[in-house]
Design a protein around this ligand. Structure first.
Ligand code: ZN
Ligand code: ZN
Length: 258
């Protein structure tokens, strides 16, 4: 176990979904930080101001983008501008993302090279990558053709598994280690998930946590207008540990067990 004064926290900057009538809503954006390392998972619509409020963005060790839906990456555009124009000198930030991210952002500006001026995009590595004092591991999940769930953890202890958007809960199983916090999309709430929609509902998550046994379950990305209490209740029926639906502004201590 990581001991001593090591700390690891999750700051929820935006919890989605892709569209919302909630005034405090922002696209997916989750900051995971130890004292030494800061890794941002996704940067969806409207989340950039919340990122700035939480951390000076050029100090991020990496941004990891789960997949190329705009509610997970579109605020890379303001991040790109901030890094190019706001600081004394332009600075670069490392971005780990599915192939094609750069050209999509370049196309928004109709300018090849626009993204690369400040964002250093690289593909997912196979296996674990070490970033500062954290490890990052990604696995393909069913959603788009190139969607990833991501685990961020200290070298030797429990961490966070983030589902991204995911159409098959079992795809998350290989990433979840004992004691991990599972941050998982529950787009369709109490369910059901309409056929052809590659997302999860609470019954699918219940089935997953029965076998995976994470230390805690955090639900996110709930679609507009759906009941907010029901999915939490459904997962609690099968899971003894803490279950919550996260909100922008939540700060969660990932070292705290259960
Ligand atoms: Zn998606
Ligand atoms: Zn999404």
């Amino acid at each position: 176990m990581a001991g001593g004064d090591f700390s690891l926290e999750l700051v929820v900057l935006g919890a989605g979904p892709a569209w919302s009538d909630r005034r405090d809503a922002a696209g997916a954006a989750y900051l995971v930080q130890s004292k030494q390392t800061a890794i941002l998972l996704d940067l969806g619509q409207g989340s950039f101001p919340r990122l700035i409020a939480a951390i000076e963005p050029s100090t991020l060790d990496a941004v990891v983008i789960s997949h190329l839906h705009p509610d997970h990456f579109i605020d890379l555009v303001p991040l790109r501008h901030y890094l190019a124009y706001q600081l004394d000198e332009p600075r670069h930030v490392r971005v780990i993302a599915p192939a094609g991210l750069e050209s999509r952002i370049d196309a928004l500006h109709d300018r090849p090279g626009f993204t690369a001026e400040t964002l250093d995009c690289e593909p997912f590595a196979s296996g674990q990558a070490t970033i500062g004092d954290l490890t990052v591991e990604a696995r393909r999940v069913r959603h788009t053709a190139d969607s990833h769930a991501i685990r961020v953890a200290p070298l030797d202890g429990p961490g966070l598994v983030y589902s991204g958007d995911c159409g098959r809960a079992a795809d998350l199983l290989p990433l979840i280690r004992p004691g991990d916090t599972l941050l998982v999309e529950v787009s369709f709430g109490a369910g059901p998930v309409p056929s052809g929609s590659e997302h999860l509902d609470a019954p699918a998550i219940s089935e997953l946590v029965r076998s995976a046994r994470p230390g805690r379950v955090l639900l996110t990305h709930l679609q507009m207008g759906l009941d907010r209490a029901a999915p939490v209740q459904i997962v609690r029926e099968v899971f003894d540990g803490p279950v919550a639906l996260v909100e922008p502004g939540d700060i969660i201590d990932l070292m705290e067990q259960g």
